[in-house]
Structure formats: structure tokens, C-alpha cells
Design a protein around this ligand. Structure first.
Ligand code: CDT
Length: 313
């Protein structure tokens, strides 16, 4: 048996602060159209795909950042993406900043199917960075200031002939993210990211080391859950802040099938067979036979480290 799916990871080049939604959506539409013309079933855009990576900017009054958020999805600016999905029969994953009617702010992604209908929503759980201006950092990363932790958990959706899951950027560094979806039989995890090439708290950390950490997380998660992963970067120089690219598609053996070559808008296309996830799921990672949740209590109940024999106040 085989279940082929042609996947396009749509890496975005830099989006500058002044670039409006319309211009950005036109760039995304071009990639969606080109991908569909190349036979893609599904296109994976990046985290906060409609704007620059605005959490690098500090605003005393959080409300002054609301213009980066989408109060509706779709809305007139992004409607062309939904229309094109329907017209060209191609699904997509899209990351954006969400402002709810209740006034909550989330770092969100959605899955839209080939009919242009939204079938799933995810809100980023693992928010990196800090919530106050930090003068000791070489640049700010204020996701904890502008977003609340996601409140939807890690779901999977049976859509487009596969079991699909989502996460966003920093989530990929946490094995719990993928195991939650692995336990729902996920066959493809889609994620977008904006990752600075340098460490604001450790200037000696190289860009190569940071790229290695990216691959390490994606490749191990794919193998340990016997799933494909499609990871889409926002890359290049945004307002003097460099983001690494290396958007890629990883197979259930943990091998990288395809990777971006540039730091510009670029499609990374591969036809995958979702049935290639079966072997791992039925052998080494047959969770029903091999997992021992009676020994995993701390993972579900504890956040920080508790060293045996040390007082915890
Ligand atoms: N966007 C995002 O989550 N970026 C983080 C940067 C970590 S450094 C604070 C990442 O994990 O790539």
C-alpha cells in the first residue's frame, strides 16, 4: 500500500517591519500557486507568516502591538490564500498572531484543506523568551509578553488522507510536543519557525550550532514517533536581525529528505508516502506494546527539576 502526498515547505525570506499584509500575502500566494502547479497537495508556511518577527520589539503598552494580530481568520487581507487553496485544490498550514474576540493573544497556526476550509487550529504552548525588557540581552525575544500559552493542547486531525498535527517553533525542542501527537498516530507534523542565528545571551554560540540543534530536534522527533515532519523557516535579515533558514522535510527514519538552499522565499518539494510511517509505528515504536506510562508520572505533573535530597522551598 502507498499513500502518496506531495508536500511543499514554503520558506519565507525576510519580512521587513514596513511590509504590509497585502504584499506579504501576495508573496505567499505566489508560493501557493507555484507549489500547486508543481503538484503539491499541501503547503507549509512559517510561524507568524504574515508579519515580521515582531516579538523582538519592546512596547511598554501591549495594546500598541495589536496591529500585528489578526482579529479574524480569514480576513480580507488573507482571503486570497483561502480562495487560491480552493481554486487550485491545495491545502496549507499557516502561522499568524491571533487576537480573539475575548481579547486573548496567541501565537497560532491553522490547517486549511483543499476546499479552502479551516480544519484545525493550534496555539503555541512553549513560548520562549521573557516578558519584560531585558537589558542584558543583545536583542529582545518578548513572546512571553505578547502571547498567552496556548490552550488547545496538541491535537491531530484526520484530513487530506493522513493524520496531521501542528506545532510552532520552540515547541520542536520539547519531546512532549511530538509524543502527544505520536499517541494520536500522527503521520505528518507541520511547523513553522523564526529562529535567530545568534544567541542573545551567549555570543559565542555559532549559527552552525543553532542549526544543528534544529536538525537534532526534528530528526529525533520524527524517528521516535515514526512520523514525517515538515518544518518551514522565516529566514534572512529582518531589520538587522538574522534568522537561519534550513527549512526541511524529515522522514520517519529521521533522515532529511529535502532542505532549502537559500534564505529567500523558496519551495522545498517532496512526494512522501504516508504509509512509510507504519513500520516504525508497528515495531520499535509500537506504543501500545512498549510504553510504560506508570513510570512517566513526573512528565505529566512536574515542571522544574527536583534533585533528590535537596530542599524545595
Ligand atoms: N520563535 C521561536 O520560538 N523562536 C525560538 C527562539 C529561541 S531563543 C529565545 C526557537 O526555539 O527557535
Amino acid at each position: 500500500m502507498s499513500r502518496p502526498l506531495t508536500l511543499a515547505v514554503a520558506q519565507s525570506g525576510p519580512i521587513q517591519k514596513a511590509e504590509g499584509r497585502q504584499a506579504v500575502v501576495a508573496r505567499l500566494c505566489k508560493m501557493l500557486s507555484d507549489a500547486a502547479d508543481a503538484g503539491a497537495d499541501l503547503v507549509v508556511f512559517t510561524e507568524l507568516a504574515l508579519t515580521t518577527f515582531f516579538p523582538r520589539y519592546y512596547e511598554e503598552d501591549r495594546a500598541d502591538m495589536d496591529h500585528w494580530f489578526e482579529a479574524q481568520m480569514p480576513n480580507p487581507s488573507v482571503q486570497p490564500l483561502f480562495d487560491m487553496a480552493k481554486e487550485k485544490s491545495v491545502g496549507f498550514y499557516l502561522g499568524y498572531a491571533e487576537l480573539t474576540p475575548e481579547g486573548q493573544h496567541f501565537n497560532t497556526s491553522i490547517i486549511v484543506d483543499k476546499s479552502g476550509n479551516q480544519v484545525g487550529k493550534y496555539r503555541k504552548v512553549h513560548l520562549p523568551g521573557h516578558d519584560e525588557f531585558d537589558p542584558d540581552r543583545s536583542f529582545q525575544h518578548l513572546e512571553k509578553r505578547y502571547f498567552e500559552p496556548g490552550n488547545l493542547g496538541f491535537n491531530a486531525w484526520n484530513t487530506m488522507d493522513g493524520v496531521m498535527g501542528m506545532c510552532i517553533c520552540n515547541d520542536r525542542r520539547w519531546p512532549e510536543t511530538f509524543r502527544e501527537m505520536g499517541l494520536q498516530g500522527v503521520e505528518l507534523v507541520m511547523l513553522g519557525y523564526n529562529t535567530p542565528s545568534s544567541n542573545s545571551q551567549m555570543p559565542s554560540e555559532t549559527s552552525d550550532m543553532r542549526k544543528f540543534h534544529n536538525r537534532l530536534c526534528l530528526q529525533s522527533a520524527a524517528y521516535q514517533n515514526s512520523t514525517f515532519i515538515a518544518a518551514s523557516a522565516k529566514a534572512g535579515d529582518e531589520d538587522g536581525h538574522h534568522l537561519y533558514g534550513e527549512s526541511c522535510i524529515v522522514d520517519p527514519n529521521g533522515e532529511i529528505l529535502a532542505m532549502a538552499k537559500t534564505e529567500e522565499d523558496e519551495l522545498v518539494i517532496a512526494t512522501i508516502d504516508l504509509d512509510a510511517t507504519r513500520f516504525g509505528k508497528e515495531t520499535v515504536f509500537d506504543f501500545a506494546r512498549h510504553r510504560r506510562p506508570e513510570h512517566y508520572g513526573r512528565i505529566g505533573s512536574q515542571t522544574g527539576v527536583i534533585v533528590p535530597g535537596q530542599d524545595t522551598d
